[in-house]
Write a protein that binds this ligand. Structure first.
Ligand code: KG4
Ligand code: ZN
Length: 348
């Protein structure tokens, strides 16, 4: 298999869950964001909304329908043809196995037909590197807070591909806690953004929930108890719109405080001067504001991807794949890993 010709763009494909994401990126070491040529996203939210959560088989089938039209659109937007591609990167895990296979099979078939290298990307490495798509990108070493629907992790990033997990969730991920709590209070799927919006109308301090696991050392998270506290508060309330908004506010403050406390702790423990926030919950405005404040107080810099690159997208996969392809790496077969630890990755 040939290696990536650096001047040629990489096609990135994300299909690990309920978003079909496609992007074209020409590798630019100094400023990776400058190399982003086009990106396309189709969210399946409406498809899954009536079920209150992602239905894996429906997700796979919809990726089949949407993927190639999105690839054609991304190519057209960038004024390129398939033959201009230098490599193809796809999410190989973690995620829903059927959904991963759709993106992986399409990516590998295109790469094979074009005679260019293909590489499977770790979805969380994609999230973790997404802030590199912005101007003035962070250089490792840094600490990354990865908060998505499936993960809540604090990771010490010594270099690209060199990751040490400082803390993980013992039960629900931060995004999952947002989604389940929102569902409990009758908010539409996906709950996270809906709950965050409602919290803006809530009053601070009316409901004060615990900041789980902040009273003991370590960096792990646990959000299922908090969810139960919210359920009890909601059942004991008068069920009014104001009560719902006040509870949402109390819940959001509890999650954001907890994440901020652990981030400050991780920066102090590692001596890192940079914090990267990534994953869907990184789109939360209160979290962004509070961590920016913490950074100003403690003397660390905080880096966020733009909002559209916090949630799942093809650009982060194109970027992570381009970095590895540029380093001469590629995969020869399609292997997807629904469960896959970040710590097993090798340096790029
Ligand atoms: O990274 P992502 O798009 O998909 C996964 O890899 O899981 O993250 C999706 C998660 C969902 O749980 C969603 O509710 C949450 O991110 N989320 C938010 C916000 N926007 C998305 N949670 C809180 N506040 C938001 N503004
Ligand atoms: Zn994700």
């Amino acid at each position: 298999m040939s290696i990536l010709q650096i001047s040629k763009p990489v096609l990135g494909i994300e299909t690990s869950c309920d978003e079909t994401g496609v992007a074209l990126l020409r590798w630019d070491r100094e400023n990776p964001g400058r190399g982003l040529l086009s990106h396309e996203l189709f969210s399946q939210v409406r498809l899954h909304a009536e079920y209150g959560g992602v239905v894996p088989e429906l997700a796979s089938r919809d990726h089949v329908r949407k993927l190639l039209p999105l690839v054609r659109k991304a190519l057209a937007d960038a004024g390129l043809g398939l033959s201009d591609l230098g490599g193809v990167a796809y999410t190989a895990g973690p995620g829903l196995v059927g959904a991963l296979l759709v993106g992986g099979a399409a990516a590998r078939a295109m790469a094979w037909a074009l005679g260019v290298p293909a590489i499977g990307v770790h979805h969380m490495e994609g999230h973790l590197l997404a802030p590199l798509l912005e101007d003035d990108p962070p250089e490792p070493p840094f600490v990354a807070l990865l908060v998505s629907g499936g993960h809540s992790m604090l990771v010490e990033v010594q270099g690209i591909g060199s990751y040490r997990i400082l803390g993980d969730t013992l039960d629900d991920a931060a995004g999952e806690a947002f989604d389940k709590t929102a569902k409990m209070m009758g908010l539409p799927y996906p709950g996270g953004p809906a709950l965050a919006k409602l919290a803006e109308q809530g009053r601070s301090g009316v409901y004060k929930f615990t900041r789980p696991m902040t009273d003991r050392p370590g960096f792990d998270f646990s959000f299922s108890g908090l969810k139960t506290q919210v359920l009890m508060a909601w059942k004991a309330s008068d069920g009014s719109d104001q009560a719902r908004a006040d509870i949402a506010r109390g819940f959001e403050e509890a999650i954001v405080d907890t994440l901020a406390i652990k981030c400050r702790r991780a920066l102090a423990a590692t001596g890192a001067g940079r914090l990267v926030i990534a994953g869907g919950v990184g789109a939360n405005r209160r979290l962004r504001a509070q961590l920016a404040e913490a950074g100003a107080a403690d003397g660390f810099r905080v880096y966020f991807p733009r909002l559209e690159f916090c949630t799942d997208n093809g650009a982060m996969i194109a970027l992570a794949g381009a970095i590895r392809l540029a380093a001469g790496q590629h995969d020869d077969t399609l292997v997807v890993q629904p469960r896959w630890s970040l710590e097993t990755l090798t340096a790029a």
